[in-house]
Design a protein around this ligand. Structure first.
Ligand code: SOE
Length: 384
């Protein structure tokens, strides 16, 4: 594996749209706030269109550009490859980068199919034996309130979990005339709301509960089957929304909804967990808050209390501002790269691993199989 002098690591990021912008922000700032064992150098930005990639590199602070991802992987000054491209490219790039000894951070969902995710998880396991790290960019794990929720559940503050309720509601497709995008093409995106935002709530619920989903029953729908495209219209080949119920291995039951048609809901990623001793509730649109009902409180005053998750001892928060000075979406990515650099520097495994990403992909695959079979129950690992 190539390694730069001192504690610096050369980072290459492939893709420079929304995720590229927010990842750039994280790479640029992480070591200014977190004591990470490796300092990222924004070495090279990858993109197919040279002019646009150069513009993005200048704007976001990258030292050079490449228009072919293979050239990036061949470079000795690159230690980390950050994949921010559409899903259909993840597998090929990640497998090649890992084989070249580069640490890989890959945007979610890990892949467009279970088969691709299996290939990637196997490549990651092999590379890990050589000290090469990989991680899936499920950034919502790094929302301090959700990291706190995991801690409270692990500490037993909710007792035995009974219900997990999760929705991810957006509205950017509510207008039937809004144009076609790559996110609506199966060959590029793999699936629609299911993989794009459903993947987040599957990962987030497995993260906060510390448990895994074992089976699901799903329903998907495509409301608008054609959308305006250059020269006419184009067929939408993915789901617009996905609803499913599921079971966790502990016996807790769960419900999920992912849609881009919830008019008025912009990025409402909401979780609620009910246990025998307490409940937790979270809404990303108020991401600095976690609501906790402690079942041990006297009934007279029992109810959900609002925890403003900005105290120094809350996860990640100590690196930022004094209590009450809120964090935003971009901070979750800074936390993500801080954790990745820490794994690289300490040799501890990075989390969520590609194996965790595969597990999410298997849940998505089970939802798709179930929906195709009229919502029939589908085991996440067939035959279990
Ligand atoms: C678009 O639906 C999107 O940008 C997702 O791709 C992200 O993962 C999510 O964080 C916000 O919405």
């Amino acid at each position: 594996m190539s390694q730069m002098s001192g504690d610096a690591v050369g980072v290459a990021m492939i893709g420079h749209s929304f995720m590229g912008a927010v990842h750039s922000h994280a790479w640029r700032n992480v070591h200014r706030f977190f004591d990470v064992p490796r300092t990222p150098r924004l070495t090279v930005l990858g993109g197919r269109d040279e002019r646009r990639t150069k513009e993005a590199a200048a704007r976001y602070g990258w030292d050079s550009v490449e228009t072919d991802w293979r050239a990036i992987i061949a470079r000795d000054d690159v230690d980390v490859v950050d994949i921010c491209t559409p899903g259909h490219t993840h597998c090929e790039i990640a497998v090649a980068a890992l084989a070249a000894g580069k640490h890989v951070l890959c945007e979610k969902p890990l892949a467009n199919s279970v088969a691709e995710a299996e290939t990637m998880a196997a490549a990651a396991a092999k590379a890990a034996r050589e000290g090469v790290h990989s991680m899936v960019a499920f950034n919502y794990r790094r929302v301090p309130a959700l990291a706190l929720a995991r801690r409270l559940i692990a500490d037993g503050r909710l007792g035995t979990l009974r219900h997990v309720r999760a929705v991810y509601l957006q509205d950017w497709l509510s207008d039937s005339e809004s144009p076609m995008t790559w996110r609506l093409r199966k060959e590029q995106a793999g699936s629609g709301a299911l993989g794009d935002i459903g993947a987040h709530i599957v990962d987030a619920t497995q993260f906060v509960t510390g448990d895994v989903l074992t089976g699901v029953s799903g329903l998907t729908e495509t409301f608008v089957r054609e959308r305006p495209a250059p020269g006419g219209t184009e067929e939408v080949t993915v789901d617009d929304c996905a609803l499913f119920i599921g079971r966790f291995s502990s016996g807790a039951v769960a419900s999920f909804e992912a849609t881009r048609y919830a008019l008025g809901r912009k990025n409402a990623m909401r979780l609620e967990v009910n246990g025998t001793r307490g409940s937790l509730s979270f809404d990303f649109e108020s991401m600095n808050e976690l609501w906790f009902c402690d079942g041990d409180d006297p009934s007279e005053t029992q109810g959900f209390r609002r925890i403003v998750v900005t105290e120094e001892d809350h996860p990640y928060v100590g690196a930022w501002w004094p209590p009450g000075h809120l964090l935003g979406y971009e901070h979750t990515f800074t936390h993500e790269v801080a954790d990745f650099l820490t794994a690289i520097g300490t040799g501890e495994p990075a989390s969520p691993s590609f194996a965790d990403g595969l597990r999410v992909q298997q849940v998505l695959g089970a939802v798709e199989s179930s929906a195709a079979a009229g919502s029939q129950w589908s085991d996440v690992l067939p035959g279990t």
